[in-house]
Write a protein of this length. Structure first.
Lengths: 109, 114
């Protein structure tokens, strides 16, 4: 069983739809990181979370430490949101990350 | 502009020929790290550095070396590259490895070893 799992693996949405991407992990963590990888390959750091909820523009990230689960929500989705979204967890004792496999999102106009 | 600069962007080399991929950041970040990304395997951490002269192994350090002699630079060295090191490489930095700040990633280096 992978330490970090994401669902769905692929997601196609229509412009304007509300989108949720899920991340589940099996290890204790000190923080969870959401990344966005554009079709050209570049990676952008979206959120670092250790508890609760964070919001930036149309993006919202939540984490439930007890349930070992995080969600990334995109409101009013737009074609420019099309990317691969990657969840990564940092273990308490280490300073390295374990990455999820990514969720490929396509938003159609 | 605050950024992480990796060079080169693309590199094709032959087995056994030593190479260095450079990474430089202009944000006075303490923490820097290297990752490789492979189809079906996702991102994996190679090495990281908490500060100058402090480096540690990630999940896949075999075949790689790093050094952190100055805060801004964190080169990745392949002493004797092999075809299984063909990959897309990313460097990243953040203010502190123990903090909750976001990371800044370089644009990536696509390495092919033949």
């Amino acid at each position: 069983k992978n330490e970090v799992e994401q669902s769905p693996q692929n997601l196609t949405a229509q412009e304007g739809e509300f989108i949720t991407i899920n991340c589940s992990y099996s290890v204790g963590i000190s923080a969870l990181h959401w990344l966005q990888q554009h079709p050209g390959g570049g990676i952008v750091s979206l959120f670092m979370l250790s508890s609760g909820k964070k919001k930036h523009g149309r993006l919202i990230a939540t984490i439930n430490i007890q349930e070992k689960h995080s969600s990334l929500h995109i409101t009013a989705s737009h074609p420019r949101d099309s990317a691969v979204y990657i969840c990564a967890v940092k273990t308490p004792l280490g300073q390295n990350f374990v990455f999820g496999p990514g969720t490929r999102l396509s938003v159609l106009p | 502009e605050a950024q992480v600069t990796q060079n080169p962007r693309y590199l094709i080399t032959v087995t056994g020929k030593k190479l260095t991929v450079t990474c430089s950041q202009n944000m006075n970040h303490e923490y820097m790290s290297w990752y490789r990304q492979d189809p079906g395997l996702g991102l994996r951490q190679i090495y990281y550095s908490m500060n100058v002269e402090v480096t540690d192994k990630g999940d896949v350090p075999e075949g790689y070396k790093v050094s952190r002699k100055e805060k801004r630079n964190f080169p990745l060295i392949l002493e004797s590259p092999s075809p299984n090191q063909t990959s897309l490489y990313f460097c990243a930095s953040t203010l502190s490895g123990t903090g909750g700040n976001g990371y800044t990633f370089g644009s990536g280096t696509r390495l092919t070893v033949v």
